[in-house]
Design a protein around this ligand. Sequence first.
Ligand SMILES: *[C@@H]1O[C@H](CO)[C@@H](O)[C@H](O)[C@H]1NC(C)=O
Ligand SMILES: *[C@@H]1O[C@H](CO)[C@@H](O)[C@H](O)[C@H]1NC(C)=O
Ligand SMILES: *[C@@H]1O[C@H](CO)[C@@H](O)[C@H](O)[C@H]1NC(C)=O
Length: 373
Amino acid sequence: MGSKWTCLMGCVRGVHERTVLSSIKKRLLLAFLCVLTLCLFNGWPRGFQALRAVNPTTFPDGNSSRKVTILLWHWPFRTSYSLKGDVCWDLYRIPRCRLVDQRSWFPSADVVVFHNVELAQGQQKLPLDLTRPPGQRWAWMSLEAPVYKGSLLQYSNIFNMTITYRRDADISIPYGEVLPKEAEEHLVKEVPLNKSLLVCWVVSNFRSHHRRSELYKELKATVPVTVYGRWTERPLASNVLLPTISRCYFYLAMENSVTKDYITEKLWRNAFQGGAVPVVLGPSLDDYKAVAPPNSFIHVDEFASVKDLGKYLQELAEDKKRYNEYFAWKHQWKVKLYTDWRERLCKICTQYNSLPQEKVYSNLEAWANANNS
Ligand SMILES: *[C@@H]1O[C@H](CO)[C@@H](O)[C@H](O)[C@H]1NC(C)=O
Ligand SMILES: *[C@@H]1O[C@H](CO)[C@@H](O)[C@H](O)[C@H]1NC(C)=O
Ligand SMILES: *[C@@H]1O[C@H](CO)[C@@H](O)[C@H](O)[C@H]1NC(C)=O
């Protein structure tokens, strides 16, 4: 709009500088044409801009009011959920989204989603013999760390989009996130109470080569660490997991894979919902800072040694005021976990219109291994 007004003023000023009548007429005509042209370019009537905003060409058939159809080719881990009714609307208030798992939808699907685990294990195959309708996108979906994904070399130039926990995926599906609290939720009291254990860890799969196992061994040489889980004699049933963690000052939210953006329910559920301050080992400090509120966690990289970390935890537990500052974020933020595949799939529809028009992963293996966080 700015340019339109600049041009109009410029043209009018030109008129006043002239004294010859015919020249004034010419200039007026020019000014009129100038304004008209700019009005057309800038979108007048206003509907033009509204039309541009919905980006109708994103749909192969140019119909922007119809539903987006997401076809899930096979269910992750062979566990299916009901897709009856308008699932995305009924469960998540996401409009114009049709989520289906019957392969007969293939010819009219806008996005076909393939979960990696079953492809990697050879239980499922890509339908490479089918002709893709124009504009259809194939999506590669995975929540596993790269080390467990299998080789993707055979998937070069096949997929148009990625759906993973990574922030730079086309559709990012984190294990959890924080959302601003609604006004009425501010009243909920979130004070850490009744803690008797300094540091806790829940581990089912102990491998001595994991970086977290090294850290655990070093830390327990400095401070008491209480360990639960299948690895120890003290497994925790899911209904006692959070109450148990709530009795600990600190929770070791240590990922089994240390890789870009890989932050799992160990942070979002165990530590944040359990009400212990997370001591995190995983991706870089910057990756955590990008998704977790300030002063909500302690990153092991912030310390020169594990001994320093242990000393810090001990001091913090004895200083109630400073310790409680690690819970201040809960006044403004609440934790949301993502556990239902349907919610992740419905999310595609909310971002469908901003997907790149044309995109192919020419080297999915390299993309999936990228670790520059
Ligand atoms: C666009 O899609 C809507 C909803 O499916 C349908 O009712 C409408 O007839 C379609 N319009 C065109 C021009 O195809
Ligand atoms: C505090 O925790 C202990 C177990 O460590 C429990 O027996 C006690 O009932 C708890 N007190 C409160 C007020 O929750
Ligand atoms: C999707 O990938 C295929 C295979 O490389 C390609 O032919 C097609 O143009 C891509 N479609 C979109 C919408 O990017």
